[in-house]
Design a binder for this molecule. Structure first.
Ligand code: UDP
Ligand code: MG
Length: 326
């Protein structure tokens, strides 16, 4: 029997959390009675520095049912880091851990299939959504573009897989060997290796509340994803530079020829366009390089990815209030 932990990052989710907990409790009890998971399996709810009553709610859920643990981060660290802190809390305590969102978009009935695959020997199981009919037109198009771009840039990410996945304890240990601060779990998990499988599920609409990923966050997530996984953009700039040097050589010959044949005054238009084009390209190139230098800067500082303010768990009889950073 698998001892399963489920990790759920929550940011301002007071509107959905009770419903999520109720449904999960039902699901977990069912899986326990069917002997699919062991009786000491748990759910860890991570409060990612919410500004609303999320933490109070998590505490209430924990005190009414010890199957639920709570982990509170000192401030908002973003979905990826919140998830990582929860995975860290689960480390060493279970056979497998499933990460999912708090808004019930990930179908909890896929858990059976996840555990089955794990028991068949797959150390990583990706939840892949089989349709995007519940996403807005804009979100599904931008998501498609994102996966295309990522693959083009050489990151091996699984298409249409968000962060709904199972990691066996060995894969989890492997994941923590990666110490990068710029965390993009979807890109790192495939690099951990091990045998992996996919489970298809239907992604539902958010149960309540608003998406915590507005366009601005989505764009920065995509840029981070690309630049922390691939140096192709920098290579592209180099090739572009080579092409421009060649073009300028041709232009030199052309202008010398026109000078000697006496047509040298005209050409203001082409000159001004090239100034703008070159200026723009240079700024773009500097920007992309800056993005990487920024990453290097952040990595060298090795700042903690999160700090845990409080951890509610009844494994050590009383509740532990420890601070831990990673
Ligand atoms: N989330 C988080 N920290 C953040 C933003 C989001 O922990 O800074 C959590 C959020 O509570 C949810 C999950 O990440 O459980 C996914 O967020 P959301 O559903 O808003 O994203 P979407 O499904 O719209 O992409
Ligand atoms: Mg969501």
């Amino acid at each position: 029997m698998t001892k399963l932990y489920i990790v759920i990052p929550c940011y301002n989710e007071e509107a959905v959390l009770l419903e999520t907990a109720t449904r999960l409790r039902e699901k977990m009890h069912k899986l326990m009675s069917e002997n699919i998971i062991s009786g000491d399996s748990k759910v860890i709810l991570v409060d990612d520095g919410s500004g609303d009553g999320t933490w109070a709610l998590i505490k209430r859920i924990h005190y009414s049912d010890r199957m639920f643990s709570g982990c509170k981060l000192t401030r908002n660290q973003g979905h990826q880091n919140a998830l990582l802190s929860g995975l860290d809390c689960a480390r060493g305590k279970c056979d497998a851990v499933i990460s999912m969102d708090s808004d019930l978009q990930d179908d909890i009935n896929a858990i059976d299939e996840f555990v089955k695959k794990y028991e068949e020997g797959y150390e990583i199981v990706y939840g892949v959504r089989d349709s995007r009919k519940n996403d807005s037109f804009f979100k599904s198009k931008t998501a498609k573009l994102f996966y295309k771009l990522m693959n083009l840039m050489g990151a091996e990410i699984v298409s249409n897989h968000a962060d709904y996945r199972l990691l066996g304890s060995r894969a989890l240990e492997g994941l923590f060997e990666f110490n990068e601060v710029n965390l993009f779990l979807r890109g790192i998990v495939p690099l951990v290796g091990y045998k992996s499988a996919k489970v298809y599920y239907e992604r539902k609409e958010r149960f309540a509340g608003k998406s915590k990923y507005p366009l601005k966050k989505m764009i920065s997530f995509a840029i981070d994803g690309i630049t922390s996984f691939s140096i192709k953009p920098i290579k592209m700039i180099t090739s572009l530079g080579v092409i421009f040097v060649l073009v300028s050589g041709i232009m030199l010959i052309y202008s010398l020829l026109s000078y000697f044949t006496g047509h040298s005054v005209s050409g203001w238009a082409s000159l001004i366009t090239s100034i703008w084009a070159l200026g723009g390209l240079q700024l773009l190139a500097i920007g992309i390089i800056g993005e990487y230098i920024g990453k290097v800067f952040l990595e060298t500082k090795k700042r903690p990815r999160y700090i845990i303010e409080e951890f509610l768990d009844d494994d050590d009889e009383s509740d532990t209030k420890n601070t831990k950073s990673n």
